[in-house]
Design a binder for this molecule. Structure first.
Ligand code: DX5
Ligand code: ZN
Length: 222
């Protein structure tokens, strides 16, 4: 059945002095998720937001709180983010062994949350294999993680198609595919055609003159 692509605006590009208004604006504009980029200054060079922000955000929105953990030690931190209100937890495959990846997904599911595994642009899609049958979502990064406002890496749509094929082969037809980095009006149709279900948008939404209209333009383009 056809499901419209959902937009997940990334708060990293929002105005932190007006965060409440920004979240209300994306919700009114029809966003499906709110994407929270957690960075630790180790896995990526940047430091951003964490548990206290999620705690304040959760009761203020009915959007799916989509937590993207760009951190070295997700196994230690997962329970904190779940307790703070995460609906969906994204862990990076690069920081976990196969056994730890299985453990992370199980830990997220046992807490009643949705589990996703994120891949940096150079990580083979086959890194999803140990958990793909159980995943709610895979996150294909289309920029190197760390900063918003970067350009989409050409060919990322092929990785989306690869992830979709891997999920189908594992019998996980329900797995969503999220794409993150450099997504806007021009790149959204490429990744949507390759099978993306959820598009993260940072600058394309929050840095637009009319962010609500920009969100709807990207969604329509997809
Ligand atoms: C990058 C983050 C992204 C980023 C997206 O490490 O994971 O979510 O904020 O921003 P844009 O859409 O501007 O590339
Ligand atoms: Zn992200």
């Amino acid at each position: 059945m056809y499901q419209p692509v959902k937009i997940a605006p990334s708060l990293l590009s929002a105005d932190f002095m007006r965060l409440g208004e920004e979240v209300a604006m994306i919700e009114a504009a029809g966003a499906g998720f709110v994407h929270i980029d957690v960075m630790d200054g180790h896995f990526v060079p940047n430091l951003t937001m964490g548990v206290p922000l999620l705690k304040s955000l959760k009761p203020a929105t009915s959007l799916v709180c989509d937590v993207h953990l760009m951190i070295d030690n997700p196994l230690t931190e997962i329970p904190w983010f779940i307790e703070a209100g995460a609906d969906l937890v994204n862990v990076h495959a690069e920081v976990l062994t196969e056994e730890e990846l299985v453990r992370a997904v199980a830990m997220i599911h046992e807490a009643g949350c949705k589990a996703a595994v994120a891949l940096k642009p150079k990580t083979p899609v086959s890194a999803l294999a140990p958990v793909i049958a159980d995943l709610d979502m895979a996150l294909v990064m289309s920029v190197e993680p760390g900063f918003s406002g970067q350009s989409y890496i050409a060919g990322s749509d092929r990785r989306v198609a690869e992830a979709a094929a891997l999920a189908r082969a594992a019998g996980n037809e329900a797995m969503l595919i999220q794409v993150d980095g450099g997504i806007g009006e021009v790149t959204a149709p490429l990744v949507a055609a390759a099978g993306a279900d959820v598009l993260v948008c940072g600058n394309a939404v929050f840095k637009a003159a009319d962010p609500a209209a920009a969100l709807q333009t990207v969604q329509a383009a997809a």
